[in-house]
Ligand binder design. Structure first.
Ligand code: NAD
Ligand code: ZN
Length: 363
């Protein structure tokens, strides 16, 4: 068992990394006190882990309720969010209720947003069950839902009181989802810690075999890096943006293909290669570095080339999508580039160069 502390003053909390089985992992003195707990999960995860969580929480709360949401990014909407409020009000939950997000990033983002809004803010705990949620989305307090006109466009910053990553839940995760989570783990190397990157090169086979010790190291180190970045810049005034390495191109891929066709982590994987290639063409890293990144992503089973989004003007379509991304400012695209392995910078780049990179990096 291991914990990572995220230092945010009075909103500080622990990220617990354990592999002793969900019931034992959750049975923890750090659980916030409350008059009731509401487990928020979805129709895929609840049958697998709902009872385990419920039996652990029944020892800590006078009442434990469950609400089961439909599964999928397409349900990360107002309508689904309302199911959580319906459950809270139907059960007469007061402002001392504690919400438990049991699931991947979709459940986590919606539960966090519901906790931010219900009675102007109640406590919540993240129990992430995907690798992506354990290493990224459950940590840092970004919560929200999608709007038909844009992903994650409606939301709030609301930090959880505790994050419980139980690695044994990853046993049932589909291989493609595991690989998508590995993209976010790999991301932390080039932006912050090349020792992690070296370790991933040596341990990729163990991770793909889901060896608990390897998973524990990857999750803990990823959470440490994310905690340090978020601790220094909770609301993304500057530094936090480096966590979006590969995401500018990646979001264009996700949106351009239609959400759900490429998983988020798959878009990020191809996007990281493009951002690394852009860094190389700007003279910041050498070809050897870009090739190492490609090789590691390939070993993880991730794509290293972007899809063609428009047969006539592919680069133009990418640029168009990147200009409407939430991270662009006044239409200027800010790329997270690698300024030497292990160090990220935020920079604009000439359109002509970005076009060359897209042409070179798409299938
Ligand atoms: P997800 O929540 O859709 O989960 C992926 C799939 O795996 C789902 O079908 C889910 O039901 C299933 N699943 C989850 N755990 C399982 C398990 N243990 N066994 C079997 N199946 C399981 O996707 P995700 O990749 O976890 O999260 C993506 C979401 O996270 C996106 O909506 C993205 O916007 C968000 N996100 C948020 C942040 C943040 O900082 N808040 C960061 C990154 C991503
Ligand atoms: Zn991401």
């Amino acid at each position: 068992m291991n914990s990572v502390h995220i230092d945010l003053g009075e909103r500080s909390y622990f990220i617990k990394v354990a592999s002793c089985g969900l019931r034992a992992s959750v049975d923890d003195p750090l659980l916030p006190a409350g008059t009731a707990a509401l487990i928020v999960s979805n129709e895929t995860i609840a049958p697998l882990y709902g009872e385990l969580l419920l039996s652990a929480l029944a020892k800590h709360y006078p009442q434990v309720h469950t609400v089961i949401l439909p599964d999928g990014e397409q349900h990360k909407t107002w309508q689904t969010l309302n199911l959580i409020f319906d459950a809270l009000l139907t059960h007469g939950c007061d402002r001392k209720v504690v919400l438990y997000a049991l699931g991947g990033g979709v459940v986590g983002d919606m539960t966090g947003f519901a906790a931010a809004c219900y009675m102007r803010g109640v406590d919540f705990v993240q129990v992430p069950t995907t690798l992506l949620a354990q290493v990224d989305s459950s940590v840092g307090g970004k919560t929200g839902i999608n709007h038909p006109l844009g992903k994650n466009m409606v939301g709030a910053f609301h930090q959880p009181r505790l994050v419980i990553c139980d690695l044994s839940t990853l046993d049932t995760l589909p291989a493609r989802e595991l690989a998508a989570g590995l993209a976010e783990v790999i991301k932390y190397g080039p932006i912050a810690d090349m020792a992690l990157f070296d370790w991933l090169e040596a341990n990729m086979d163990a991770l793909l075999a889901r060896e608990p010790q390897a998973l524990a190291h990857a999750v803990r180190r990823s959470c440490e890096i994310k905690a340090a970045v978020v601790g220094a810049d909770e609301r993304e005034a500057g530094l936090r943006a480096i966590l979006n390495f590969g995401h500018t191109f990646g979001h264009a891929i996700e949106a351009g293909m239609g959400y759900g066709v490429w998983l988020h982590g798959e878009g990020v994987a191809a996007g990281m290669v493009m951002a690394a290639e852009l860094s190389r063409r700007l003279g910041l890293v050498d070809e050897g570095f870009v090739q190492r990144l490609r090789t590691l992503l390939m070993r993880a089973g991730l794509p290293t080339r972007g899809p063609v989004l428009d047969a006539q003007d592919n680069a133009g379509r990418y640029l168009e999508l990147m200009r409407v991304d939430k991270k662009a400012e006044a239409g200027e695209i800010r790329f997270v580039l690698i300024d030497g392995p292990g160090r990220a910078v935020l920079r604009a780049a000439p359109d002509a160069l970005v076009r060359e990179v897209i042409d070179a990096c798409c299938a």
